[in-house]
Design a protein around this ligand. Sequence first.
Ligand SMILES: Cc1cc2nc3c(=O)[nH]c(=O)nc-3n(C[C@H](O)[C@H](O)[C@H](O)COP(=O)(O)OP(=O)(O)OC[C@H]3O[C@@H](n4cnc5c(N)ncnc54)[C@H](O)[C@@H]3O)c2cc1C
Length: 463
Amino acid sequence: MRIIESDVVVVGAGPSGLTAARELRKAGHSVTVLEARDRVGGRTHTDVIDGAVLELGGQWVSPDQEALIGLLKELGLETYSRYREGESVYIGADGKAVRYTGEMFPVSRRTSAEMTRLIDELDRLAAQMDPKAPWEHPQARELDTVSFHSWLRQQSDDEEACNNIGLFIAGGMLTKPAHAFSTLQAVLMAASAGSFSNLVDEDFILDKRVVGGMQSVSERIAAELGDCVVLNSPVRTLRWSESQDGTTTVTAISESVTVNARYAVMAVPPNLYSRVSYEPPLPRRQHQMHQHQSLGLVIKVHAVYETPFWREDGLSGTGFSAGSIVQEVYDNTNHEDSRGTLVAFISDEKADAMFELSVEDRRRQILESIAGFLGPKALEPEAYYESDWGSEEWTRGAYAASYDLGGLHRYAKHQLTPVGPIYWSSSDLAAEGYQHVDGAVRMGQLTARNITTALQKQRALIG
Ligand SMILES: Cc1cc2nc3c(=O)[nH]c(=O)nc-3n(C[C@H](O)[C@H](O)[C@H](O)COP(=O)(O)OP(=O)(O)OC[C@H]3O[C@@H](n4cnc5c(N)ncnc54)[C@H](O)[C@@H]3O)c2cc1C
């Protein structure tokens, strides 16, 4: 067993843990990062499958994501814009594909007015929220005890408007059915992106991609950190102590490595906290809170074609439908690639239904659904792949964790409270950039600042 002495041990080499490690190193502290997988990047993974470069996990960057944009610059990584010329396609309740341009779906005048009204109301609620303290929203308890599904129907009797607005948060972001999370959680999702209007504007929220792939953020940081990043080392135990004078110790034990440190950063999604044994155990509040945070489920489908054929038909590749198997589809062609790539998403209960099918039937039904937006040429891709994060042991869902009904106002104010020397850092705990790589980076930076302050205090104590 290798034994390493470090000021800080970081559990998890995703963007949050690696950012924390990088900042701690910059502040002059020694760091070891232990990663369960055989690669860095966590929920960002850029891979070559059947000759096609695919973004299996997180990929898009929006203009408000200043922490990530700043980090990309520091790391010398460039971005490019998502292809968005031409018409989009909407499939409404009648199942017909309708081409449109602009931000509003081609729905009836009444449904359009209702959607605008609901967006305005969600913008108003989001403007009242500090994403750092959603529990302080003036209607926190009221909004946290009603599901987003029911709240939408309290506001409007237009089912198509409710389904479309529901889609932006439920299928589109939290990847849970709208009956499974609260309206406060939906408002937090909006507030963390600046407004609900930003979330529904795909030109904003899905603005840019990283040349070379989003995983290169983690790969570049890991290259800077060198031997300090240890792969294939799932941490099984955190043994910690805190003495009365405030000095702390923590030992992180994986199968191959033991790290003795002053502080630990748990940079894993909250649904995985209980994979680690804590000695002594965590306090009651953490035990309870962690049982109310769970990941959603989404299948991210990649289909690669000889050319981006939809562009010749005057289509952008963008399609939306609350009722179809595929709820969203986009042109995801790589930078300077002559081939055309589509990415499509199938969320929560529809994903459940797809996973009931055989591999062949699932592929056929998904491609038929994409063809419903973009025509029959979509049926025959050169490469096809389904990202299934729900079956990855070290993630177990996608995109990120959210609270169940009532959990956000009840628990979230304690989610960043350290336990002795153990700090929590994850995109799933972020305010701005919540559930996104930007939030992971912000949390890594914040955690590194907090630990640096704590280390300085300890050093002053020790003398
Ligand atoms: C399909 C998909 C699409 C997405 N799309 C976008 C997008 O377009 N834009 C965007 O900004 N975000 C997107 N996201 C979200 C984004 O990828 C995450 O928010 C981000 O990766 C979270 O970073 P993190 O460091 O907090 O956690 P993670 O990336 O999950 O990293 C945690 C790391 O901890 C490791 N780990 C877990 N348990 C242990 C243990 N016991 N010991 C050691 N290591 C452990 C894991 O292996 C992992 O490497 C998407 C995510 C998915 C899955």
